[in-house]
Design a protein around this ligand. Structure first.
Ligand code: AMP
Length: 619
């Protein structure tokens, strides 16, 4: 097998790396640049311009220069609209269709634009390697859903690469930091603050295997937000001089963005920098000295937003930070001293918490890790495996509109799990398999990944058995198999339409599941108690009709009164009265107890019928 290159396809910057003679290396372009800005300009004629040249040209061509295309990968129009994404270039986002970027008379899909970035990285690799690169491992944020992962894979293929694996960025970073050299059972937090995304993952080293214990993050939180705050801050000042509408001109904003990004990066080393923008308008030049202290004041609220994800990941992993051995910082934005101090404080690095490890270049760790994964796949390294986890639970809808989890959140991938279900109605000819993703108890509160029906041999309710198996492959793609366990008839569906999921809401889903935990559990208990009540009341009524006369009067009275209380609770709740699941459960239990004599009579009747059938007469 030839070499497999590792690609960090970032929101802001992308990199390519490879393992040569056992050493992972980031490859540089002809000018010695290792970072390639994830920027594509589509000119009126000729090939798209990518990287540094496109980034420099952004000021002159803001409307044809595409930045942060990663935000649109695998996204539907309505998802983007509801997120209020605004870009200097045109974005066509409508309904359930894919997002497209109309440029120079052609509609570009995000994966086509990403493919242009990947082609450039492939060329860089081809120039820096002995063999021609044909295959790649590409990284994505941990929260990318199936559709986003598929779009990334497609981009790779459009760039002429065979995509061997799509792996999570924090997992790749952990590999680059050489966690395999730590002692067994070491636990590490990976704090990754890049341009557009934040991820916090907790990993454990176990017998040479990395296992992700938990992962949490936000695909809309990063250095870009700090840039935006700075731009807004200065645009207001500039507006006072040149008027607000002139200050809002795309060309001015593009120049200002570039200037603040540079100032922000320099302030990671220096204490103050001058921002100079000559002739912003023919009459006005902007000059300002920005101090690290001022920058930190503006950036602090954004950096502070990472805290909740750190705490959530720790809670998901069931760990206190004192049990962590190392804290690893990844992503260009973690070069900022404020971010380092903040992460160190959240994890209590100075108070017996993990050791803060900044030994790797934070911009390059992900690409290096992807290259190492490529190296593992082609056998350059042995004894190392990578395991990722599911960010959200996956399951199907069952009776009463409840979510039945098949693969819980944070399960290590790849994974295959199945469960058998039965039917609710007599002689059903088919079942609807409704695949869900999310943390809520009720199906309707979770995301629908897709539905399909399975035909099967009609049988009485409760007899037919349908086996449902979920398999998530190493790329995080879900395959659902449903099988009639009697006939073996089956259907296998790939859930590539996870576009139903709005990734910006993944975090919200987790937060809401915590917020509604008590209500949700109450809802589930109510639905279960109601199902049970419906079944028992129907069976009791039937029993009373046929055998009621054989009961003692007080027995019959007890049954009727228990039945009436169950039915009245159901009716009251239907009328909107506050009836709890606990009340209904108690009434169900009383009905169960009261129907004991009736159940005994029914049993006797069944036995007698059986004996009669066999020709044995009782007595
Ligand atoms: P990444 O997505 O990892 O390439 O990170 C890009 C983000 O890191 C952008 O928001 C950059 O502005 C920011 N960044 C890059 N270098 C520095 C630096 N030296 N100090 C602070 N932020 C930086």
């Amino acid at each position: 097998m030839g070499k497999i290159i590792g690609i960090d396809l970032g929101t802001t910057n992308s990199l390519v790396a490879v393992v040569e003679s056992g050493i992972p290396l980031v490859l540089a372009d002809g000018r010695g640049q290792r970072l390639t800005p994830s920027v594509v300009r589509v000119p009126a004629s000729g090939e798209p311009v990518v990287g540094w040249e496109a980034r420099r040209g952004r000021v002159a061509h803001p409307e044809t220069t595409v930045t942060s295309i990663k935000r649109f990968m695998g996204r539907r129009g309505d998802e983007v609209n509801s997120n209020g994404d605004t870009m200097a270039y045109p974005v066509h986002a409508e309904g359930s269709g894919p997002v497209v970027v109309p440029l120079q008379g052609r509609d570009w899909l995000p994966e086509e634009l990403s493919a242009e970035i990947l082609k450039t990285l492939r060329t860089i690799a081809a120039e820096g390697m002995i063999d021609r690169p044909e295959a790649a491992v590409i990284t994505v944020p941990a929260y990318f859903n199936d559709a986003q992962r598929n779009a990334t894979r497609k981009a790779g293929e459009l760039a002429g690469l065979r995509v061997e694996r799509i792996i999570n960025e924090p997992t790749a970073a952990a590999l680059a930091y050489g966690l395999n050299s730590l002692k067994e059972k070491s636990k590490v937090a990976v704090y990754d603050l890049g341009g557009g995304t934040f991820d916090l993952s907790i990993l454990e080293l176990n017998e040479g295997v990395f296992q992700v214990l938990a992962t949490c993050g936000n695909t809309r939180l990063g250095g870009d937000d700090i840039d935006r705050v700075l731009v807004d801050h200065f645009a207001e000042q500039i507006g006072q001089e040149v008027g607000p509408s002139a200050a809002a001109e795309p060309a001015i904003l593009a120049r200002l963005t570039e200037a603040v990004q540079e100032a922000k990066a320099r302030l990671s080393k220096e204490l103050k920098v001058a921002i100079t923008l000559p002739f912003l308008t023919p009459e006005f030049s902007f000059e300002h000295t920005l101090t690290r202290e001022q920058l930190e004041l503006l950036a602090k609220p954004i950096v502070t937003r990472t805290r909740e994800y750190c705490l959530k990941a720790l809670a998901d992993a069931g760990l206190a930070s004192g049990y962590l051995d190392q804290l690893i910082l990844v992503g260009g934005q973690t070069r900022m001293p404020l971010v380092r101090e903040f992460a160190s404080e959240v994890f209590g690095c100075d108070e017996g918490g993990p050791e803060l490890n900044t030994s790797q270049n934070p911009d390059e760790a992900i690409a290096l890790g992807a290259a190492i994964q490529g190296g593992i796949l082609c056998g350059d390294f042995s004894g190392m495996l990578l395991l990722d986890v599911t960010p959200l639970s996956l399951g199907i809808e069952t009776f009463g509109g409840l979510m039945n989890v098949i693969i819980p959140r944070n399960t290590t991938l790849p994974v295959k799990r199945g469960e058998a279900f039965t039917t609710v109605a007599d002689y059903q000819k088919e079942v609807l398999i409704h695949v869900l993703q999310g943390e809520r108890e009720k199906a309707a509160d979770n995301w629908s990944l897709g539905r399909f029906t399975l035909e099967f041999e009609p049988q009485p309710k409760g007899v037919a058995k349908v086996g449902v198996q979920f398999e998530i492959d190493a790329d995080g793609i879900l395959h659902v198999l449903a099988r009639d366990l009697k006939t073996g008839n089956e259907k296998l569906v790939e859930m590539s339409s996870a576009v139903e999921v709005d990734d910006a809401e993944v975090q919200q889903m987790i937060e809401e599941s915590v917020e509604h935990a008590f209500d949700d559990i109450e809802d589930r208990r109510w639905i279960e108690a109601r199902l049970r009540a419906k079944q028992t009341t129907a069976a009791t009524r039937k029993g009373l009709e046929s055998l009621g006369d054989e009961l003692e009067e007080d027995q019959r009275g007890a049954i009727e009164s228990a039945l009436a209380s169950v039915e009245s609770l159901l009716a009251r709740r239907e009328n909107g009265d506050a009836v709890t699941a606990a009340q209904l459960r108690e009434a169900n239990s009383k009905l169960d107890a009261a129907t004991q004599p009736l159940a005994g009579l029914m049993m006797d009747r069944v036995m007698a019928e059986m004996l009669e059938k066999r020709g044995v007469l009782p007595g």
